[in-house]
Write a protein that binds this ligand. Structure first.
Ligand SMILES: Cc1ncc(COP(=O)(O)O)c(C=O)c1O
Length: 417
């Protein structure tokens, strides 16, 4: 097995300056959401969610599956981007789009499916918006020889047939949500037969279906256990930078719930490598500029325990930007804390900036980035231009969280704009 793939995940929680506020049930609630987690989430995943261990062992079988799914992912120098920007900065990226599912989401789908299988579960269930998470779960379940059911937001199901075909090819059952196979879906359809769906509805359907059938539910971002699994990105990158005798100074990643950004940067923060950590969001969503730090539900339906986080409110309806992965209303609790404490800084970019950055990157480096990842590229271009003005030979590294080969309708829409 590759020795670049780490054998332990890194957990930031014991290294935080302040204790992390615990998940809570809302006051006066008639059921315990924390008990609900016990029923629907694989036991080892839940244990890892609340662990105080700094390093959590990755089972050998999971390391083997990581390798099978395309890990370690390459660390690449973006020399042509440096040249066209005429910057003295050196720019590197960790390419998560090189995994077989095409994004970082597989890094947590594999261990979650593995721990579900270990418990004897025959099927795992989740929801997906744009489709990257659903694709990763479908592949992870197939690798573990268990079944998967994915509730996909109906509008994406119709607009992105490619994703649905891939999930089914990997063996998943995929339902457009709202569907008529859950009570929640049926109620929504009764109210509005042409309901286009939302992540909140899809999540409620997935949880209802999990409970009713005794399956297990897999979660795609925001919870600490997901950030823990994603630390594999930064841990690999540290070894890869070490091997080429280079140290990044500025680390950048895009943020939906925060898992790829945290996975990439937390191991560097803990090793005291780098001096600036830049989280990048969408200026159409304004989570960083307008979000409030408070207890809120991580899901729109309010079925999961409340988390203390920077949030726009779980009833926030995001504008329909194409970067579906960045439309989420909140930020993972540890990331929220570190943003509040100014350990991590942030930037926001709009769809036009992001399209220009993606186009430039594709033309000089050859890789078509997912629009979510292109937010990080926008920040890198800004930082590289600043380095040019200040004549600074800094090293910038970013996480390219996924490829955009299934996002061509976005590129077509932006091209004609
Ligand atoms: C390619 C890609 N990048 C980034 C994200 C944002 O999610 P997170 O912040 O959890 O990494 C997503 C989520 O769907 C995604 O698909």
């Amino acid at each position: 097995m590759s020795d670049i793939i780490p054998r332990y995940w890194y957990n930031v929680v014991p290294d935080l300056a302040k204790p992390l506020p615990p998940p809570l049930d809302p006051e006066g609630s008639n059921f315990s959401r924390i008990e609900l987690l016990n029923d629907i989430i694989p036991k080892e995943v839940l244990r890892q969610q609340f662990t105080a261990e700094r390093y959590v062992k990755i089972p050998d079988e999971v390391v083997k599956l990581y390798e099978l799914a395309g890990r370690p992912t390459p660390l690449i120098r973006a020399k042509k981007l440096e040249e066209i920007l005429d910057t003295p900065a050196r720019i590197y990226f960790k390419y998560e789009g090189a995994t077989h599912s095409g994004s970082h989401k597989i890094n947590t789908a594999i261990p979650q499916a593995y721990f579900a299988k270990e418990e004897g579960v025959e099927r795992v269930v989740t929801e997906t918006g744009a489709g990257q998470w659903g694709t990763a779960v479908a592949l992870a379940a197939s690798l573990m020889k268990i079944k998967s059911t994915i509730f996909m937001v109906k509008v994406s199901y119709e607009q992105k047939p490619g994703r649905k075909i891939i999930m089914r090819l990997y063996g998943a059952e995929v339902y457009p949500s709202p569907s008529d196979i859950t009570e929640h879906g049926k109620n929504e359809l009764k109210k509005n037969p042409t309901n286009p769906g939302s992540l909140g509805i899809a999540m409620s359907e997935a949880i209802e279906y999990t409970i009713k059938n005794g399956y297990k539910y897999l979660i795609g971002s925001v919870l600490e256990v997901v950030l823990l699994h994603q630390s594999i990105i930064g841990l690999e990158a540290i070894k890869q930078f070490d091997a080429i005798g280079e140290e990044p100074e500025i680390l950048v990643g895009c943020v939906g719930g925060g898992s790829n950004f945290a996975g990439f940067t937390y191991p560097f923060i803990s090793s005291k490598i780098g001096s600036r950590y830049v989280a990048v969001g969408s200026s159409e969503i304004k989570k960083f500029s307008n979000g409030v730090y408070k207890y809120d539900f991580p899901d729109s339906a309010g079925l999961l325990p409340m988390l203390k986080m920077i949030t726009l409110g779980n009833d926030y309806i995001p504008p329909p930007i194409y970067s579906g992965g960045l439309r989420y209303h909140g930020l993972a609790p540890t990331l929220s804390l570190m943003i509040k404490d100014k350990i991590i800084e942030w930037m926001e970019f709009d769809e036009n900036d992001v399209y220009s950055a993606a186009q430039l990157f594709a033309r000089v480096q050859g890789i078509i980035p997912a629009p979510e990842s292109a937010h990080a590229i926008s920040a890198v271009i800004k930082l590289a231009k600043e380095a040019k003005e200040k004549k600074e030979r800094t090293v910038i590294a970013f996480n390219l969280s996924g490829h955009g080969l299934l996002d061509l309708s976005y590129y077509q829409k932006m091209e004609v704009k």
